[in-house]
Design a protein. Structure first.
Length: 163
């Protein structure tokens, strides 16, 4: 099992769930969606109290598409990530985890999801710092500005990528 880094913010700011019952957690991940580290983070969150989880996988432009049409994401690949991750995350959560493919820009994918349904917390899973595009874009800090508690799960350098 690889090491992961978890950071949690905003809980001390007095953020509270909007309704009693299980906390609604929006999980945002792409290449780390089906990793042991994210499953471990889901289990760790459940030890804090009941929660339901929804995974959004941002579509991801590849190769020449990044240059020619950066607004078009590869939903096919994101659908594959979703199909691979949902059973693993559901097992970790002990209940079905739902999910969808989001906008190719991760912050927009988060905002779209928050506008469609109420969430109490965010969990953002990234690649290790030295290779993470999302961390270079400062996604975690920008997501914190949305006012929800944010848990950042950073994959280990040694954690194997899903097949």
């Amino acid at each position: 099992m690889g090491m992961m880094v978890l950071t949690v913010d905003n809980r001390a700011r007095g953020c509270q769930m909007s309704e009693p019952g299980p906390a609604r957690i929006l999980v945002v991940a792409n290449r780390t969606a089906a990793t042991a580290g994210l499953c471990d983070a889901v289990r760790a969150r459940l030890r804090e109290g009941p929660a339901t989880f929804h995974l959004v996988v941002p579509a991801h432009p590849h190769g020449l598409h990044r240059v020619v049409d950066p607004q078009e994401g590869d939903e096919g690949e994101a659908d594959g990530v979703l199909a691979q991750a949902l059973p693993l995350l559901s097992e970790a959560a002990g209940a079905p985890v739902t999910g969808h493919v989001g906008d190719h820009e991760p912050l927009m994918a988060i905002e779209d999801a928050i506008n469609r349904a109420p969430y109490d917390e965010l969990m953002i899973s990234t690649l290790p710092r030295r290779v993470s595009r999302w961390l270079r874009l400062d996604l975690v800090s920008k997501a914190r500005a949305l006012g929800l508690p944010v848990t950042h799960v950073e994959a280990s350098e040694r954690e194997p990528a899903p097949a």
